[in-house]
Design a binder for this molecule. Structure first.
Ligand code: SF4
Length: 372
């Protein structure tokens, strides 16, 4: 496994996390009583863009093909997660469309977990050409990353002049009946000026736009709390052009707070990860492309499930029970918020002291190596 220049995450030997005090339940519960229902699966570190708030200009070091989970392994893990209560599976990356076998991954996921909602976070480049095979395989919905509809500005932010392909991908998703098509825009000083235009475009095209407060997950580690554009600031800017009425969250664990735009039905969402943390209701668990469990986006403790999967066919082959036990152990140890535990010693948290709700653990992987 190769890691970005940020160093290697501490991968614990399989099944080592303490489960002291854990209730006897199949569910992926943590010490704060939160239960995971939403599984995010990163399937690659590769991407067709180089967004400045995510990837280094040269991209992330390649993960050797043999270290990536195969479609069969992803199917098996999703099946195990499904029996432990997972009801949403979201494929992320890097960029999932960079996997030529993505339709096979979706097909095996649908077969292993018939009742789950399958979605994907994508930059939509090339989606118009592959959406039919992905929908046939079982894809239900997409979140498309789009920070600007100004072509020059888009090229600056992503270091690639590919806005027309992104818009074609969004049209492809709408045309294939994927609904709702959600748009994710990272809120930064650079994108604030274009936020109202982006919202107008989303409303006009029937997409649901959500702005995300920028988190310290950039590979170049340039995140600066003082540069943060807060949800409040954005509401001021949008409120100058639109009539916004708060309508709350879709459900308590949904990261986005929603506002009706000009009386609705269109809405706009804000994922205020920094200034309005929603960790207390977090129901997410993550698998990296290499098959380790990350209990939290900012948690640096990872548990290796791939090693267990690859004992298949050996005398000591790991059973599904052994794999779910390792996964349960990883989730039981989940930190409270932003990768930090309440009252944890000040281990060099970013953005404030460790017990500050707006502080973050310094993660050893960047967003491109975790997935949203
Ligand atoms: S930072 Fe961690 S605990 Fe908080 S919402 Fe994200 S994944 Fe959940």
């Amino acid at each position: 496994m190769t890691a970005v220049a940020l160093g290697l995450p501490r991968v614990r030997p399989t099944g080592a996390p303490s489960t002291l005090g854990r209730p006897d339940t199949e569910a992926l519960v943590d010490r704060y009583g939160r239960v995971a229902h939403d599984l995010r699966v990163s399937v690659t570190e590769k991407c067709s863009l180089r967004c400045t708030y995510c990837m280094p200009a040269e991209g992330l070091p390649a993960i050797p093909r043999e270290d990536l989970l195969t479609p069969a392994e992803i199917g098996r893990l999703v099946g195990i997660g499904y029996r432990a209560g997972i009801r949403d599976v979201r494929f992320t990356g890097g960029e999932p469309l960079m996997r030529p076998d993505l339709a096979e991954i979706v097909r095996r996921t649908r077969a292993a977990a018939p009742g789950v909602r399958i979605s994907m976070t994508t930059n939509a480049i090339g989606l118009d050409k592959r959406v039919d095979e992905l929908v046939d395989a079982g894809l239900d919905r997409v979140n498309v990353s789009l920070d600007s509809i100004d072509r020059r500005h888009f090229a600056e932010l992503t270091r690639r002049d590919r806005l027309p392909q992104v818009l074609a991908g969004i049209q492809g998703a709408l045309g294939a009946g994927l609904s709702p098509v959600k748009l994710n825009a990272v809120l930064m000083p650079e994108t604030l000026a274009g936020a109202a235009d982006l919202l107008a475009w989303a409303v006009e095209h029937g997409c649901r736009l959500r702005f995300i407060e920028q988190m310290p997950l950039d590979a170049d580690q340039n995140w600066d709390r003082d540069q943060l554009v807060s949800a409040e600031r954005l509401l001021d800017v949008l409120g100058a052009r639109f009539d916004l009425t708060p309508v709350g969250r879709e459900d308590p664990s949904a990261p986005a707070e929603e506002w009706a735009v000009d009386g609705g039905p269109a809405t706009v969402g804000i994922i205020a990860s920094v200034t309005r943390s929603f960790c207390g209701d977090c129901d997410r668990t993550r698998l990296t492309a290499e098959g380790t469990v990350r209990s939290c986006l900012f948690g640096n403790e990872e548990v290796d499930l791939r090693a267990l999967l690859r004992t298949e066919g050996h005398d000591d082959a790991a059973t599904d029970a052994a794999i779910v036990a390792a996964w349960q152990g990883a989730m039981w140890a989940k930190p409270f918020a932003h990768g930090l535990d309440r009252g944890a010693p000040d281990t060099g948290a970013i953005g404030g002291p460790a017990d500050d709700p707006e502080a973050f653990a310094r993660t050893e992987r960047s967003m491109g190596a975790i997935g949203g």
